[in-house]
Design a protein around this ligand. Structure first.
Ligand code: RIB
Length: 285
């Protein structure tokens, strides 16, 4: 059975520079090579899910500038349905990214068109309602996430970048994916399992942990890899997890699969360009 995934989320063009070390506040460092690559947590997760074997639709927004074309082309090349991708007046989303020699990154996002992804249309909501899994992140207005989740489709929220959420938004989430920092921010509002029924916490190179209200707890180790760039590793993880979940795989297998996707992604530079295929995920296990 092919997993049907709809992503309601962001698309950015990533402006990336390699640097020997990430700058401290107020510091200038001399970097190396500069590249532009399609990115954005929403678009990355859509591409990740498509490469992992899902049938994926993307609801998002790009601007009417020169940065829009590579983002749209990248989604199309991955086989993502872009019929619900809007073009809005103004600039596209942009992410300024520095990556150091330890594969760590520093990212600042200018949301641009992503901020205009509001008021989902009847057609957008029909697409969401027809999916097995709705996948959202927090680079678009939170009201839009809430509107999409209200369609009743099983909702996976990757709460990145971290921010406090209005009460009510988390009550519509079926599975929350967070890293340890994001978990800390959300836990200020209470125990995560009081807020959502299932939580996956990514632990970087260590793997991931799963917990649910039924009392299931498990931790999965990630395959050992030589990381060169961890940008989008969380997106690879979440996109693959959504596919495995929609395919009805057992929880431990789904989380293990997602860890393998994140690990492979970290071995390659860039965002969208580094997301693994289904065969590469299988090979890493
Ligand atoms: O998760 C990585 C992504 O975060 C980058 O592609 C960048 O666009 C930001 O959204």
């Amino acid at each position: 059975m092919t997993a049907r995934i709809v992503v309601v989320g962001s698309a950015n063009l990533d402006l990336v520079v390699a640097a020997p070390a990430l700058p401290r506040p107020g510091e200038t460092v001399l970097g190396g090579e500069f590249t532009t690559v399609p990115g954005g947590k929403g678009a990355n997760q859509a591409v990740a899910a498509a490469r992992a074997g899902g049938h994926v639709g993307f609801v998002g927004a790009v601007g009417d500038d020169d940065f829009a074309r590579p983002q749209r082309d990248n989604l199309v090349a991955a086989g993502v349905d872009v019929s619900r991708l809007r073009t809005v007046p103004g600039p596209s989303g942009v992410a300024l990214i520095a990556v150091d020699e330890q594969a760590e990154n520093l990212i600042v996002v200018a949301p641009g068109a992503n901020a205009a992804l509001t008021d989902l249309s009847a057609e957008d909501l029909t697409a969401v309602a027809g999916a097995d899994v709705l996948l959202c992140q927090l680079e678009i207005p939170v009201e839009t996430v809430a509107q999409a989740a209200a369609a009743g489709t099983f909702t996976v929220l990757n709460a990145a970048p971290a921010r406090q959420l209005p009460a009510g938004v988390l009550s519509t989430v079926d599975l929350l994916v967070v890293n340890e920092g994001e978990a800390e921010v959300l836990a200020q509002a209470g125990d995560l399992l009081d807020l959502v029924p299932r939580v996956v916490t990514t632990l970087g190179a260590r793997g991931a942990a799963y917990a649910d209200r039924a009392g299931l707890r498990l931790e999965v180790a990630a395959p050992k890899v030589r990381a060169v760039d961890t940008t989008a590793a969380g997106d690879a993880f979440t996109g693959a997890l959504a596919v495995a979940w929609a395919e009805g795989r057992p929880v431990e297998e789904a989380v293990r699969w997602a860890c393998a996707a994140g690990a492979v992604c970290a071995t390659r530079p860039g965002a969208s360009s580094s997301l693994p295929t289904r065969a590469e995920i299988e090979a890493a296990l």
